[in-house]
Design a binder for this molecule. Sequence first.
Ligand SMILES: [Fe+2]
Length: 228
Amino acid sequence: MGRGPSKVALPIKPRPRRFSFLEFPWLCSRASPARLVPSAAMAIEAWFMDESGGDQRLPHHRSPPEFVSLDHLADVGVLYWKLNPSDYENDEELRKIREARGYNYMDLLDLCPEKVDNYEQKLKNFYTEHIHGDEEIRYCLEGSGYFDVRDKEDRWIRIWIKPGDLIVLPAGIYHRFTLDTSNYIKLMRLFVGEPVWTAFNRPQEDHPARKQYTGSLTEKAGVALAAH
Ligand SMILES: [Fe+2]
């Protein structure tokens, strides 16, 4: 299994480059210009986290476990597709998603203790709660890890991404990332235009992206009420 930065050839202006580790925690993408219906097949696992603290790489299920549906993730603006990671260079479905959402930028990251200096400290840095001014788009090709997002009630939802999982976190959502106990993940990063990796640590209630995000949640709630 290759773990170094890789060159790939994708149909839409591929821009592979070497990974700068310091960039990693704050990887995001601009809002997409198009809508695409995410995969209906729920293959990703997500659950409400316990509040016990301890090793962030552990699952942190509640007791008993409380799983979260794809609908609940969609309610907070998280999008999800299940793709074939073994053929990502020729994957027509991935090409269509990139084209429809304008994700012309792409690169690959390999994260594991052998590749990263001060791995334990960097892991803690990844885990700082933050937002971005753009979407964060990640496609897991190998290994696994956790993206944690806050829901409307400010509860942590843990999303376990594994090979084939493509997720989009909306701009303005509070979130964080950690590897799991496998200590290895290979991720594709996607972005609209030149990537901006800046992170803004919580609190960010006055950040324009945060205001827009919370406003979109309020609008959704209004639509749901009007439908009854
Ligand atoms: Fe982030």
